[in-house]
Ligand binder design. Structure first.
Ligand code: FES
Ligand SMILES: [Fe+2]
Length: 415
């Protein structure tokens, strides 16, 4: 049986409320289908507007087989291109980030303007038409300080996400923030295990002593169920909304993204060991109130986020192989906040650095056990793992119809 039919059969026979069968977590052929049918089709968070402060600022990202460069052009617009030279295919931008007046391929110096046009190609034939060899564009949108790209030829409509997300995020002014610190860890586990772990706090009390000082483990906070019936959360929404901050639980019809604001424990205002703020300057000049808890956002398959009054912590998930996933964490603060004056970097990053490392170990142990021939799907806790079930349902619902399509749609290919 070919791998598509095999995956389809397993999806159709799947037992709801249970973890997936082994190949979904370890099989390289299943991983290739995840790339082709999810990662090469859906909108992906890649970085923040504030990481591209001026024309010529760029960063690079690798999505499966696709190297991509994201750049701010001369007009200030953020664009994304396939990072593959139109001469003989070399990577044009090799650094993770940088600033350049033009994008110059290191191989033979073909030179592209920031809008992707080829403006210089040394000693080509007289009839060489440079206009035919611009960098291939990748669909790119930014919303509320978050840059998303989509590799598909015909991307899904980005507007519903923007419409839901921006009212929640614009007050926090992430476009004007700065990244105080970032870290990337590679977890030896499938990207879906990283997400499953993220979507529940059933494991928190036993594994996250630092995070549990401030972050509630209640399933109404981490999951997708019951928030409307939790009086503490509803009271928090009312308080924050009275202060002009949209806060209630909202989720996309297809479950791909969700946002809600949740209170932290007791009188905590930030993810520190004391619960006190980590940054003396507020993240946003327009949000003065301290006790706003955390604004949570996830967008499958690339990002989950916590936006606090004094800083924001954002996460980006990128798949490397069937059994490796890169998780990049960024701590954002007000652009004028000064390290050593307004915040201590070690204090700012301590809780999530520890939490990330604990989660890495959890995911790796989970993956280790799933490799056993004795592994079989197990039941999720209805009380604590509604979020995990929701993530797995989303995955299955997205990939199954795409698997059934007879042929793979052409990927974006025209400059
Ligand atoms: S491959 Fe880029 S200039 Fe030759
Ligand atoms: Fe965790």
């Amino acid at each position: 049986m070919d791998v598509r039919s095999d995956m389809l059969r397993r999806l159709r026979n799947r037992r709801g409320g249970y973890s997936l069968e082994q190949p979904f977590y370890i099989d390289p052929d299943y991983f290739r289908l995840d790339l082709e049918l999810i990662w090469y089709r859906d909108w992906l968070f890649v970085g923040h507007d504030c990481e591209l402060p001026k024309p010529g600022s760029y960063f690079t990202v690798q999505i499966g087989a696709y190297p991509v460069v994201v750049v701010r052009d001369r007009e200030g617009m953020i664009r994304a291109f396939h990072n593959s030279c139109r001469h003989r295919g070399s990577r044009v931008c090799t650094a993770e980030k940088g600033t350049s007046a033009r994008l110059v391929c290191p191989y033979h110096q073909w030179t592209y303007d920031l809008d992707g046009r080829l403006v210089f190609a040394r000693q080509m034939a007289d009839d060489f038409d440079a206009s035919q060899f611009g960098l291939k564009p990748v669909a790119c949108e930014s919303a509320g300080g978050y840059i998303f790209i989509c590799l598909a030829e015909t991307p899904a409509d980005f507007a519903p996400f923007r419409a839901m997300m921006e009212p929640y995020f614009l007050p926090h002014r992430l476009k004007e923030a700065k990244v105080a610190f970032e870290s990337t860890i590679v977890e030896k586990g499938n990207w879906k295990l990283v997400w499953e772990n993220n979507r529940e706090c059933y494991h928190c009390a036993a594994n996250h002593p630092e995070l549990c000082k401030t972050f509630p483990e209640a399933p109404t906070v981490t999951g997708v169920q019951g928030a409307m019936e939790d009086p503490e959360i509803v009271a928090h929404w009312e308080k924050c909304e009275a202060g002009g901050l949209p806060s209630t639980f909202r989720i996309a019809d297809d479950g791909q993204f969700r946002m809600t604001r949740v209170p932290l424990l007791r009188d905590a205002v930030s993810y520190t060991m004391t619960g006190k703020r980590a940054v003396t300057k507020n993240l946003s000049d327009t949000v003065a109130e301290d006790r706003i808890g955390s604004l949570l956002l996830y967008h499958y398959p690339t990002t989950w986020n916590h936006i606090l009054g004094d800083h924001a912590v954002t996460f980006r998930v990128l798949p490397i192989s069937a059994t490796e996933t890169a998780v990049t964490t960024k701590w954002l603060v007000h652009k004028d906040a000064i390290e050593g004056v307004d915040y201590d970097l070690a204090e700012l990053t301590h809780v999530w650095t520890e939490t990330n490392d604990q989660d890495r170990r959890i995911v790796e142990e989970n993956a280790f056990g799933i490799h056993s021939p004795a592994y079989e799907p197990g039941p999720y806790s209805e009380i604590h793992e509604g979020g995990v079930a929701q993530f797995v349902d989303w995955y299955c619902r997205f990939i199954e119809p795409r698997l059934s399509e007879s042929e793979t749609p052409a990927l974006r290919s025209v400059a």
